[in-house]
Structure formats: C-alpha cells, structure tokens
Design a protein around this ligand. Structure first.
Ligand code: 5AD
Length: 354
C-alpha cells in the first residue's frame, strides 16, 4: 500500500473503513493465525535518567517514588507468569545504566533462564552511545527480543519528544544493532502527540515496514499532567486543534493497528494497555479483531505498579493479577480466538532469522 492509500484510510470514517477492518483481520488470520500470545510484563524499575517530554517517570518528575525490584521479586513475578501459562516475559524499566548496570541485567537474565524456558523480551531503553556490547551479552545470557519504540518517524518531532536524546537516527541505529546482536526487534509509536500530523503517522507505518520489525506496538498518547507535553496538551484543550493534528483517540489507534497489520503481515502486534486505558471494556477486543494478536498482561507486584505511571490512571487497570488473567482468557475465547502456547516468536523471524 502506498503513502496516499495509507493517508486516505487514516483520514477515512464510517463504512469507508470496513474494507480496512476486514482486510486487516484476514491478513492477521492468514499470517499469524488465531492464537493470541500473552506476554507477562514485569516493570523492573522506574528509575530513569531520560527527559522524554511525555513520560510520567522522566527524570525531572520529582513526585515519583523510585524503585528497583530485587532479583527475588523478579523471579516471583516470573513464577506468576509461568503459573498463568504466559510464554514470554517482558522486562521493562526506565532508561538508567546506573541503576541497572549491564552485569546486573545479565545476572537477572541468567537467573530467569535457570528456572524458565519462556522467551525473554527486554525493554530497558537505549544504552549510552555505541555501547553495543551490553546488547550482545544479554542475548548471549538468554534474552530473545528487544522492544524500543522510535515514537515518531519525524526527526523534528522526535527532538521535541526527547530533548536529551541525540536524535532519531541514533534510535534507529540502536534497533539495527539490536537485530545484529540476534534479537527479535520491536518498536512503535504513540498516536496523537501534539504536533503529529497525518502525514507523519502515514510515514510511521511505512517506517515499520522498512525496519522489517518483528513486533510493533502503537497506543494513544495519554497526557500526563506532570510532564511538559502533557501540560501543553491539557492547556490547549477546548481550543481548535491545528488542522492536520492527529487525535489521540481510539479510532485513530485502531486504524493504525489495521494499517500496521497490512504493512507487516507476519509481525506480532499487541492490543496495547494504553488503548485499553481509553476504552476499558472494548479496547483490547477492538484491536484484536482489527489486526492485533498479542496482549501484555502486567505481572508486576502490586506495590510497585502504581509507581510505574508512565501515563495517568494506568495502574487502575491493575486488578489483582489472577482476576485480570481469568477475565482476559475469557475475553479471548469469547471472540473465537485461542490462547497462544509457547513463546510465540514472530513469523518473520522464524522464516528469516538474519
Ligand atoms: N502516553 C502514552 N504512551 C506513553 N508512553 C510513555 N509515556 C506515554 C504517555 N504519556 C509509551 C512510549 C514508550 C512506552 C513504554 O510507553 O511509547 O515507548
């Protein structure tokens, strides 16, 4: 699909979208099947040295109580995910080499490997300039995948979102290096950050295809009142938006999920927590029927969850893990899908691991 066609679907409404929804669901079924893979998310630490202007755990938010889970606590979460039958663990944290030294991460991966055959996905941000040895060490210790969103394909907007970062090119280079280290790689963007245009979003989808990603997550921007971008967004509410501004709503997110499935037929695409936050009853289901095939339930200990507030009211989805797990599995079966077994590697990676 070319840029114009992507743009025209992004701008479409109502029944004009039916072909997109149908095609995305058919392409999902043909390429990744009916199984929905569950990835247990462990929010290992909220300590962060970055200044991403949208994120609630940015270094400059003084109102965050910072934590790092102990190895024992991490292993406890691993066991919980095993009990639920989740084939993958996702270790996520703020970007902080000081609080998460390379060797400590290696040790955590090795300790998990001793008790688990689950796939291990890392989502720990970028390591300081060109220190790619850490990525290789982690892959060797037994980690399998790495998630790091590029957030936007527009270099200027990227700079506005990440004032302390050297630039989009460096983020893309990190993705390439992660793949070279042997990881399946995942990335993604937020939908509706202030300044994002329809053209930007169409370019984002095209960049997913160019990067040939194994995993792609997209979710709505949720303004956090203790961040510069959240404040900018909230101050503009009630005013007429810029004519080309992408809204941070469910429909736009679903269109992006569907277009992403068409652009990257074999990728694993989650129904994201951010989407479920803006539509608690139907968000997951709507994404799963429009191209998505993964969900990432949270298995972080209750006492840490409310501290990992990258966007507001995220933690209120933290019903007891058991209850959430049961409801999730019922939801999956009720839409005629099955619960994924095993690690759920990307189809793209299985065919072409180089
Ligand atoms: N709204 C929506 N998504 C956010 N993320 C971080 N902050 C927000 C926010 N305020 C997303 C980013 C990041 C991922 C872990 O969470 O895309 O890559």
């Amino acid at each position: 699909m070319d840029h114009c066609k992507i743009l025209s679907f992004l701008r479409a409404t109502g029944p004009a979208l039916d072909p997109l929804w149908n095609e995305a669901d058919a392409v999902r079924r043909a390429n990744v099947g009916d199984a929905i893979h569950l990835r247990g998310l462990i929010e290992v630490s909220n300590i962060c040295t970055a200044q991403c202007t949208y994120c609630g755990i940015r270094v400059k938010n003084p109102n965050v109580h910072r934590y790092r889970m102990t190895l024992d606590e991490i292993l406890e979460s691993v066991r919980l995910a095993q009990r639920f039958g989740y084939g993958t663990l996702v270790l996520q944290s703020g970007e902080t080499p000081a609080a998460m030294p390379d060797e400590w991460v290696t040790e955590v991966i090795r300790a998990i490997r001793k008790i688990s055959t689950q796939a291990i996905t890392l989502s720990l941000g970028e390591r300081p300039a060109n220190d790619y040895q850490a990525y290789r060490d982690w892959a060797e210790a037994g980690a399998n995948r790495y998630l790091i969103r590029f957030e936007t394909s527009n270099p200027e907007l990227f700079r506005k979102l990440h004032p302390s970062h050297p630039g989009l090119e460096v983020r893309l280079q990190a993705l390439r290096k992660l793949r070279e280290a042997g990881f399946e790689i995942g990335s993604g963007v937020m939908i509706g950050v202030p300044g994002q245009t329809w053209d930007d979003l169409a370019n984002d989808v095209e960049m997913f295809r160019t990067l040939d990603l194994d995993m792609i997550g997209v979710g709505p921007f949720l303004p956090h009142p203790e961040t510069p971008l959240g404040q900018e967004f909230l101050a503009q509410q009630g005013q007429e938006p810029q004519p080309d501004q992408v809204p941070n709503d469910e429909l736009t997110t679903l269109k992006t999920v569907a277009l992403t499935r068409l652009a990257c037929p074999g990728s694993n695409i989650p129904a994201t927590t951010a989407l479920a936050c803006i539509d608690r009853s139907q968000g997951h289901r709507n994404a799963l029927t429009r191209g998505a095939n993964v969900i990432m339930p949270n298995v972080t200990p209750a006492k840490y969850r409310r501290l990992y507030e990258i966007y507001p009211s995220k933690a209120t989805t933290a019903e007891a893990a058991e209850q959430f797990d049961r409801a999730l599995k019922e939801k999956i079966l009720s839409i005629g899908r099955t619960i994924g077994q095993g690690p759920g590697n990307s189809a793209r990676f299985a065919e072409n691991p180089d």
